[in-house]
Design a protein around this ligand. Structure first.
Ligand code: ADP
Ligand code: MG
Length: 680
């Protein structure tokens, strides 16, 4: 058995199918057997024909009462076969499958699995899979369903999988240490591999799955902790001077920093002055004042003769950061510039030239900063302001533009500690857990559709008092199925029917950066009363005069995302409001809305989100940026994640480099993780 054997040489594959399998990320025998099913179909229990219910998928065992016959219908040929068991009869049909004729013999017994149509007691099954009485390829067992690509059918992949599993049967080497298997009651690898693909009973699958989830999470967590350890022990970071004082910036600010901001700045200051490079995550709720923290750190780096890169998720945000930085730092003679993809070629060339010559101190921008041709003279600090998580690889990429620069990662998504540890396990964590004083709580209401008129009257009242409103809708394109309102449509309604007397505009993610910036500028300057928007405003845009936000179809959003959105209002001195319009009666939806109305604390919300969420919407519906796990699901597998984390930290504290013999296998797992295509 050779696990690294190329996939095309596995029985039943060959060069053509190998190409299809490659598209699924399957290149070797090992990739194949670790390609896990996304679901299972239980085709193990035979049903009596008389008991078949309309719409269900069922397995029947029945005798062919005649031959397969062709029936012409609308230019197509349909094949019909009448079958019966002791309880009744059924018609089995296929389309354009004349070749099936040779497969059935009158009087023989077959097993059929497919969807039942029961029309007034007349049972039909269309295009089922089948086996002969003794056969068991398609029926009589629990069948795995794999995530698939075009041109590769479940049947083909299942056959290949069976062949692959035969090759390795009983010969897989255990990848987890004996003591871990015992302590956590995990199944041995050969048994688990067989059962994850072809469970005899559904509970087999749970047991097998637990083992692989455990293994995957443990190796990821250990890998992250290893990165963290190795970075920590390196003494070749920049030692920023104690002489450069962050207080120069603090003294320029029009407000007093909160205790939490000061504490975090101390942590950063200490990191910057030490020999090791800083790798720190700064977590702080929306509006907690992360920007000035970044500014102080940037100032210190510049004062010590280094350049700083600040990376934001959108052009709007980058521009806003630039304005904020310039406001304060121009008094301190620091040169800030903006690099976003919208700027002209000429301007960009000139900017890159000045950057490499060291004539720019702080470069603020979007992903454009990562590009190859962006070169610094001496990059000393990298700050990423994340909407979502950049992977370890991306962080490394930008850090490589300098020699071991310090790295500060900021996130406004408050995440529970367990998640932070697996998403950012390579970083030290600082938390701003306090908002600046005198922030008024955003009053939040959850309402049903029938309240729309009253909501509109309320919005108008705010506009009349000189304020501005955000209306958030979930999608750009009309999707009738989900009944989500498109921005354009919503815009038309508000502009022509609801508020024709006010200035209504819209903004969405598919607009050009320039158009978006223009709209945001106009909104900021008060030229727009009502802004209809998708979640592009989710991230950090600051318009203190807008004090009301209405979210349409709020039930479609994750709580963390709603919280982010809500953070756009309540930035000024006025009372602000957030109105969540929702549909649906489910208890979970109601409870979710209630959480939003009751608390403004992002950490509480994120914990609740985790508790109440149905599917992967923690970071918004897209699950953007979460690391790809082959089998683990961070949310459903939270209990395993917790076990794994305490185990991982115990292992690393007792055996930091995994040198003990009992951990030899773990060392292999971690090595594999680093070498593999898996992104962490
Ligand atoms: P976020 O953490 O969401 O990035 P910002 O840094 O954008 O928050 O800060 C939100 C607003 O609060 C900004 O207008 C900022 O100037 C202001 N701010 C930050 N810190 C304080 C403070 N200590 N006191 C008062 N206002 C502050
Ligand atoms: Mg921010």
């Amino acid at each position: 058995m050779n696990l690294s054997k190329e996939i095309q040489y596995v029985k039943g594959v060959g060069p053509n199918r190998a190409e299809l399998l490659n598209r699924l990320g399957i290149f070797t025998l090992k990739d194949l057997i670790t390609y896990y099913p996304r679901a299972y179909e239980d085709r193990s229990k035979v049903k009596n024909i008389a008991e078949c219910v309309n719409g269900e998928e069922a397995l029947i065992e029945a005798v062919a009462c005649g031959k397969l016959s062709d029936v012409r219908l609308h230019g197509k040929t349909m094949q019909k076969l009448l079958v019966k068991d002791e309880t009744g009869s059924a018609t089995i049909t296929w389309f354009n499958q004349s070749y099936l004729k040779s497969k059935f013999k009158m009087g023989e017994k077959y097993k059929f699995y497919g969807k039942i149509i029961n029309s007034f007691g007349k049972i039909t099954m269309n295009s089922p899979v089948f086996d002969e009485e003794e056969g068991n390829f398609n029926t009589g067992k629990i069948i795995p369903l794999y995530p698939l690509t075009y041109k590769l059918s479940q049947n083909i992949l299942r056959r290949i999988m069976e062949n692959g599993l035969l090759e390795v049967e009983g010969e897989l080497k255990e990848t987890l240490p004996e003591y871990i298997l015992k302590q956590y009651n995990l199944e041995e690898i050969n048994e688990a591999t067989k059962k994850i693909h072809f469970p005899k009973e559904l509970k087999d699958f749970d047991i097998a799955r637990k083992r692989f989830v455990f293994e995957e999470l443990l190796s990821t967590q250990l890998a992250l902790l290893q990165i963290k350890n190795s970075v920590m022990n390196e003494q070749n970071g920049i030692e920023f001077s104690k002489e450069a004082k962050m207080s120069d910036v603090i003294n320029q600010l029009p407000f007093k920093l909160t205790k939490a901001q000061l504490r975090v700045l101390e942590e950063i200051d200490r990191d910057m002055e030490s020999k090791k490079s800083m790798n720190r995550l700064l977590q702080g709720d929306v509006g907690s004042g992360k920007t000035v923290v970044a500014m102080c750190a940037a100032y210190k780096a510049v004062k010590c003769g280094y350049q700083v890169a600040i990376m934001a998720p959108t052009a709007i945000l980058a521009t806003q950061h630039l304005e904020n930085f310039q406001k304060i730092l121009k008094n301190l003679n620091i040169r800030c510039e903006l690099l976003i993809s919208g700027i002209s070629k000429k301007k960009k060339e000139e900017l890159l030239e000045r950057l490499v010559n060291g004539e720019i101190d702080i470069l603020i921008g979007t992903h454009a900063i990562i590009e190859e041709n962006v070169k610094f003279k001496n990059l000393g600090l990298v700050v990423t302001d994340e909407q979502h998580r950049f992977g370890v690889k991306q962080r490394t990429k930008i850090a490589n533009k300098g020699e071991n620069p310090d790295v500060l990662v900021m996130t406004a998504t408050p995440i529970p500690r367990t998640l932070a540890l697996i998403l950012y396990g390579d970083l030290d964590i600082s938390i701003i857990d306090e908002l600046p004083p005198n922030r008024k709580k955003v009053e939040t209401f959850a309402v049903k559709k029938n309240m729309t008129e009253r909501v509109n009257i309320f919005i108008e009242k705010q506009i009349k008092e000189g304020h501005q409103a955000y209306i958030v809708c979930p999608l750009v394109e009309e999707n009738e199925e989900l009944d989500l309102k498109s921005v354009e449509k919503l815009y038309e309604t508000y502009k022509t029917q609801i508020f024709p007397q006010y200035k209504v505009e819209y903004i969405h993610g598919k607009m050009k950066a320039k158009e978006k910036d223009l709209i945001m500028e106009r909104f900021k300057s008060g030229d727009i009363d009502v802004l209809i928007s998708t979640t592009v405003i989710e991230v950090g845009v600051d318009v203190p005069n807008s004090n009301i936000m209405v979210v349409e179809n709020a039930e479609r959003f994750g709580l963390a995302q709603l919280h982010q959105l809500r953070g756009r209002v309540g930035r000024g001195e006025y009372q602000s409001y957030c109105i969540l319009k929702y549909e649906g009666r489910s208890e979970t939806v109601k409870e979710r809305m209630q959480v939003m109305c009751e608390t403004n604390d992002g950490f509480v919300i994120s914990e609740k989100d985790l508790e109440l969420r149905g599917s992967g919407d923690f970071f918004g519906t897209m699950q953007h940026g979460l690391p790809e796990f082959k089998i683990a699901n961070l949310f459903e597998d939270m209990p395993i994640l917790k076990m794994v984390q305490s185990l991982a930290s115990k292992i690393v504290s007792e055996d930091p480099k995994l040198e003990k013999s009992e951990n030899a296998l773990l060392k292999e797992l971690v090595k594999d993780k680093f070498m593999n295509r898996i992104e962490i």
